[in-house]
Design a protein around this ligand. Structure first.
Ligand code: CA
Ligand code: CA
Length: 325
């Protein structure tokens, strides 16, 4: 028996903060660069979880820049954002291997106080994440600065993730999983829930990968996308890598495995763009684990963007099937 509970929820977009964790990496599997007493975390104990899910005519633009341990750095995020787009959310990430604090600007806008996450196995490693939406990222170059202080050191990457809407986009969902996962001789699995079967795009940012080592691999739903071999190799410069893969999606949960050998890495953010949410008038499942709807904890949550009003304000029609068949 299914019982349908309709809800009408108005929202500019669906921003679903779940239990966010952020992850980052270290510039090397070289314990000499670790703080006294700290050891490289060797297990997949801090998997990235879904922090935000956007649904609608959305897409994502990302840019990662290698920082090479400079605690006072500047650079440019180079984004590809089509004309006619509206920025919905921007997030900037960077890291420190030794605690401390961080400030940042994008397009000369001070981003304020970041949220932070750590890996339980290496608490001195901090991932800083700023809401950079107010910096209004644009197509092309977006200058940024960051200063790591308070004893922090060894930032290895800076990443800007921009979710934008554009009428030319298909109806999609952009799922952002983040946190702080440090790995050595280990792998970690991050899961995207509520996905519709079809073709998607997976993005992965890795810090602290060195040109050496092997046994490094990326898998999606158990299928190898890269490696095994040396794939975290400071491809963007010391010490950052970014990957983008087309991926076949299955309905429901889809998983990405990041695996490393002796090379210590940090994994702070991974993003899946997938088709959403309506086909043939049927409601397709949205990330039910990330949805926080007061009192609605059912087996499945169905959602339909209903209309778009002025200034891009959208409406979402949400139904919940309370009882399993
Ligand atoms: Ca870990
Ligand atoms: Ca490597």
């Amino acid at each position: 028996m299914n019982k349908l509970l309709p809800l009408l929820v108005f929202s500019v977009l669906l921003l679903i903060p779940a239990g966010a964790q952020n992850a980052f990496a270290q510039d090397s599997p070289d314990p000499s660069s670790m703080p006294p007493g700290a050891q490289p975390e060797t297990t997949g104990d801090s998997t990235l979880t879904t922090s935000f899910t956007h649904v609608g005519n959305v897409a994502v633009a990302t840019s990662t820049v290698a920082i090479s341990n400079n605690v006072n750095f500047a650079g440019n995020f180079n984004l590809v954002i089509p004309a006619g787009s509206t920025v919905i959310q921007a997030l900037m990430y960077t890291n420190s291997w030794t605690g401390g604090t961080a400030t940042a600007t994008v397009n000369a806008v001070n981003l304020g106080v970041p949220t932070t996450t750590t890996d339980p196995g290496l608490l001195n490693h901090i991932t800083f994440r700023w809401d950079a939406t107010a910096a209004n990222p644009v197509n092309g170059l977006n200058p940024f600065t960051s200063v790591i202080g308070g004893g922090g050191s060894e930032p290895v990457y800076a990443t800007l993730v921009v979710v934008y809407s554009n009428p030319a986009n298909p109806n999609q969902q952009v799922i952002i999983n983040d946190g702080t996962e440090i790995l050595q001789n280990a792998g970690s699995t991050s899961v995207f829930n509520g996905v519709k079967a079809g073709a998607g795009t997976l993005e992965i940012v890795i810090g602290s990968g060195d040109a050496g080592s092997g046994s490094e691999e990326i898998r999606f739903n158990g299928v190898t996308l890269a490696g095994p071999g040396n794939i975290y190799n400071s491809g963007l410069g010391a010490f950052a890598d970014a990957f983008q893969f087309p991926v076949p999606l299955v309905a429901g949960a889809n998983s990405v495995d990041v695996i490393t050998g002796p090379d210590v890495i940090v994994w702070p953010v991974t993003i899946l763009t997938a088709p959403a949410s309506i086909v043939g008038g049927e409601f397709l499942p949205i990330d039910s684990t990330a949805l926080i709807l007061a009192g609605l904890q059912s087996s499945a949550i169905w959602m339909l963007p209903v209309l778009a009003g002025a200034a891009g304000v959208g409406a979402f029609y949400i139904k919940t099937r309370m009882n399993k068949e």
